[in-house]
Design a protein around this ligand. Structure first.
Ligand SMILES: NC(=O)c1ccc[n+]([C@@H]2O[C@H](COP(=O)([O-])OP(=O)(O)OC[C@H]3O[C@@H](n4cnc5c(N)ncnc54)[C@H](O)[C@@H]3O)[C@@H](O)[C@H]2O)c1
Length: 263
């Protein structure tokens, strides 16, 4: 068991990568708190965690809101006595990419930055005093390949995800003396509900996603949320005991370009 008796908070753990990570952590002996705004799906994640024999808890939390994040941390400490792992996973594009810069309103810019960057800042700021006291912590921040190799126009989201890398590097340095590890996962395209709005807008989503994998990913396919969960497990566990301040690309070979092989 790689996470025996650990306690993790996973933001955005109701569906997608967050749910897979919750289940993977539970399999390794970790109690898991799902912090999300989607209560119905979050409770399903928690039920699945319990089925694996570990304690799960859903806490309704909008991670863009300072007081809700502070409450989240307080509630988890009072219930479990500690927080070992903070997986700052919640994020997204509010249904669709922004497109070109002229189309990004002030309001959208702010909402995307809040959801994808401020959220991780708020969670780190709230959890760090506790981790310092315990002299232990593993923080994982979800960036995106869009931060380093944008697949198309999307300055709001890609900038927020680049900010996640800055936050990760800074905090890794600042918190290393306290035995608090801070790393980022940089996913390539991963098939989760993140893509549902796009999937619903085309006649054959499977064909579209197969083409994305073939044309844009050296390994020739999109990734799975379980593959992100396995990377999160590495960063959350003592397997990564000499790893901090890193951006782990879990992206099927991106940002390398697939080679069109002559046949
Ligand atoms: N799926 C991909 O291809 C991909 C690629 C790169 C990066 N990412 C990033 O990885 C992370 C996980 O992505 P995913 O694909 O599992 O996303 P997803 O859309 O499937 O799930 C996101 C979860 O975040 C929750 N959430 C949204 N707003 C919230 C808020 N204000 N407060 C709390 N929870 C909130 C949602 O309810 C949902 O449960 C995100 O940060 C995303 O930006 C995804």
């Amino acid at each position: 068991m790689l996470l025996k008796d650990r306690v993790a908070i996973i933001t955005g753990g109701s569906v997608g990568m967050g749910r897979s990570t919750a289940l993977r952590f539970a399999e390794e002996g970790c109690s898991v708190v799902v912090a999300d705004i989607n209560e119905a799906e979050g409770k399903k994640t928690v039920a699945a965690v319990s089925k694996k024999g570990k304690e799960g808890l859903f806490i309704h939390c909008d991670v863009t809101d300072t007081s809700q994040v502070q409450d989240l941390i307080s509630k988890v400490i009072s219930k479990f006595g500690k927080i070992d792992i903070m997986d700052n996973n919640a994020g997204g594009i509010l249904g669709q990419p922004s497109g070109i810069i002229e189309g990004i309103t002030d309001e959208r810019w702010q909402r995307i930055i809040d959801l994808n960057l401020k959220s991780a800042f708020l969670c780190c700021r709230a959890v760090v005093p506790h981790m310092k006291e315990k002299k232990y912590g593993k923080i994982i921040n979800l960036s995106s390949m869009g931060a380093v190799d944008p697949p198309g126009a999307g300055a709001d989201y890609n900038t927020a995800k680049a900010g996640i890398l800055g936050l990760t590097y800074d905090l890794a340095l600042e918190l290393a003396p306290f035995n608090i590890y801070v790393n980022a996962i940089v996913p390539g395209p991963i098939r989760t509900p993140f893509w549902d709005p796009l999937a619903k807008s085309v006649p054959d989503a499977d064909a579209l996603f197969a083409a994305v994998g073939k044309n844009e990913v050296p390994l020739g396919r999109m990734g799975t949320p379980e593959e992100i969960a396995n990377s999160a497990l590495f960063l959350a566990s003592d397997l990564s005991s000499y790893v901090t301040g890193q951006a782990l690309y879990v992206a099927g070979g991106q940002p390398l370009s697939p080679i069109a092989m002559p046949v």
